[in-house]
Design a protein. Structure first.
Lengths: 168, 116
């Protein structure tokens, strides 16, 4: 995204900030006109992404930096009739991993952990992992598009399951 | 305890052999260790049944799920019946996304959880 972010947040990778970040991203999405279900799902996806950075990327070092940048999606949705969506980019300074390896695990193997990436991919329209330039850090782009026409009888998490924070 | 902090309460049930664990607030990475500790303390006493009352939980992420999966595995190992109850739709949704809603015994209410 070449356009400057509309919102940029710099935080420490400390779990105690997760609730505040969830509330912030859901509130911003709501203000952009994103539907309530999508706001909840976005908050959940951002939470899971931050948890992965804190747990796996930083291995619990709670003063390491994380950046969150937010844009309307598409950018022109603010000034047009395009259904409002949101783009969130989360970046860190953790060791780089192969983006192709960022896949959800097999769910039939019931065990603690390893569900975050699956949840992120399930609730977002796009979740793109990339290596940051410079050889350090990863970037995750999360996109939730505006709904053009509600699907009657839609099933499953992308259709009708709410899962994030309540409205502020 | 800081204002707004999430907590986990362990209640003695008036029913013999039953322990009730009551997490409150948001069960995320910052709070799930408290839930894990509470569940371990209860499981160490080897009750016949543990009920996790989720009525006061407004949000849960995968760290909460992982904590409950671990507790369920421990419960099965020790022949303890672990039942979750009274979860709201938002919390139930994450169990469904992770396809764990069929792995757990889930009751609508605390009363039903005593019998499930």
């Amino acid at each position: 995204m070449s356009q400057p972010a509309h919102i940029t947040v710099h935080l420490h990778g400390d779990p105690k900030y997760l609730a505040g970040v969830r509330e912030m991203v859901a509130s911003v999405a709501r203000r952009l006109g994103v539907d309530e279900l999508s706001c909840s799902q976005l908050a959940l996806a951002v939470d899971e992404a931050l948890c992965n950075v804190i747990r796996h990327g930083y291995q619990g070092q709670d003063e390491r930096p994380i950046w969150i940048r937010i844009w309307p999606e598409p950018l022109e949705s603010l000034k047009s009739d395009a259904p409002p969506g949101i783009r969130v980019v989360i970046e860190d300074e953790a060791a780089q991993v192969d983006p192709a390896a960022m896949q959800g695990r097999e769910l039939d193997d019931v065990r603690p952990g390893g569900l975050g990436v699956h949840i992120i991919r399930e609730v977002m329209d796009e979740a793109i992992y990339e290596k940051r330039s410079g050889g350090v850090g990863m970037s995750l782009t999360l996109i939730k598009r505006g709904n053009v026409t509600p699907t009657v009888g839609a099933q499953g998490p992308k259709g009708n399951a709410s899962c994030g924070n309540d409205p502020a | 305890m800081p204002a707004g902090a999430d907590t986990v309460e362990i209640r003695e049930s008036d029913r013999p052999g039953v322990a009730v664990v009551v997490p409150k607030g948001d069960i995320d990475m910052s709070c799930s260790p408290q839930l894990r500790d509470a569940l371990r303390r209860v499981q160490d006493k080897r009750p016949a049944r543990i009920v996790v009352d989720l009525a006061s939980v407004r949000y849960m992420d995968s760290s909460g799920l992982a904590t409950l999966v671990e507790a369920m595995k421990n419960a099965k190992q020790h022949q303890t019946r672990l039942v979750l109850c009274a979860m709201n739709d938002k919390v139930l949704a994450i169990f469904e996304i992770a396809r764990l809603h069929q792995y757990f015994v889930i009751s609508d209410s605390l009363d039903q959880a005593y019998e499930a």
